[in-house]
Write a protein that binds this ligand. Structure first.
Ligand code: OGA
Ligand code: MN
Length: 295
């Protein structure tokens, strides 16, 4: 078996080497990669520029492909949030994350700004289990655009016992109103009362379906609401949990190179992205694996 797993010193993440993931995997390599993913939450493969077809074929060896989030939002909420300049030939299982404008239209989502801490698509009832993001074009690290990952198991484990007791079994709404860049999705612009926000009901503490471990599961901060609490108390509790959760000790930061593929466990890791120099091009394609209903 060729797979080598080199965990990073931070709270999550490992570099995987020794295997060409553009080729079909031997069963033992596939199992080793899967285990490394469950153990380390985030995997990085470096120096593997690939096509969409190779990216999708690699992903399929670990489960069923999920559609891109605009498609998921359209299916659940009946509104279109797809960027105008998306290329018709790109399969619906590929998300395009880019600041590139062609003919006056954005070819992908998220622009060049900061993306705030989030779980991908947890505003639908069954969010993806995994996201696999690959870099086709990116600015040098000195121009920004790094992506950080957060170990939500560790953040949960370190909570005071009384906080754990309080939130275990609580449900919250993961609002569908905003992108991770903080931009309102078309059709979701006005929210007067967060307790009535459109979104999915999710457990605040999630038990991972494969590892059995518990993690904090907060989605994104904007328009979040803890069911059963007055809005003021919900805001206080969420602020307290977020302050605790986003400590640097739980995070690892990826500085991108062209040909990187980073694969995170969307059930127990969150991520954010730094803004970057708007004069530079950044183009990422992403596949996702279908998940299971959070419990
Ligand atoms: C994502 C995402 C961050 C980035 O692909 O889900 O949040 O680095 N991307 O572009
Ligand atoms: Mn994301």
């Amino acid at each position: 078996m060729a797979v080598q797993v080199s965990p990073f010193a931070a709270g999550c993440g490992a570099q995987i080497s020794g295997v060409d993931i553009r080729e079909p995997l031997e069963a033992a390599d596939r199992d080793a990669i899967r285990k490394a993913w469950l153990d380390n939450l985030v995997l990085r493969f470096r120096g593997v520029p690939m096509t969409d077809a190779q990216h999708m074929a690699f992903t399929r060896q670990f489960g069923e492909l999920e559609f891109n989030p605009a498609k998921l939002i359209e299916m659940k909420y009946g509104v279109s949030t797809q960027t105008d300049g998306r290329k018709a030939e790109i399969p619906p299982e590929i998300s395009v994350i880019s600041n590139i404008i062609e003919d006056g239209k954005a070819i992908g989502g998220l622009g060049d700004g900061e993306a705030f801490w989030h779980t991908d698509s947890s505003f639908v009832d069954v969010p993806p289990a995994a996201s696999l993001l690959r870099s086709l074009e990116c600015p040098p690290p000195s121009a920004g655009g790094a992506t950080s990952f957060l170990n939500c198991y560790a953040a949960y484990d370190d909570l005071p016992a009384d906080t754990k007791k309080r939130i275990d079994g609580m449900t919250m709404i993961h609002a569908a109103t905003h992108s991770s860049g903080g931009k309102a999705h078309r059709g979701f612009e006005t929210v007067e009362d967060v307790s009535k926000v459109p979104g999915a009901r999710q457990p605040m503490v999630r038990t991972h379906p494969e590892t059995g471990k518990k993690s904090l599961f907060l989605g994104r901060r904007i328009n979040a609401y803890v069911l059963g609490l007055p809005v003021v108390e919900s805001e206080e509790l969420l602020d307290e949990l977020w302050d605790h959760m986003v400590q640097a000790k739980y995070t690892w930061t990826q500085e991108w190179q062209v040909g990187d593929l980073v694969w995170w466990d969307n059930r127990c890791a969150m991520h954010r992205r730094d803004a970057f120099d708007p004069s530079m091009r950044r183009l990422m394609h992403r596949t996702q694996l279908k998940g299971t209903r959070p419990v």
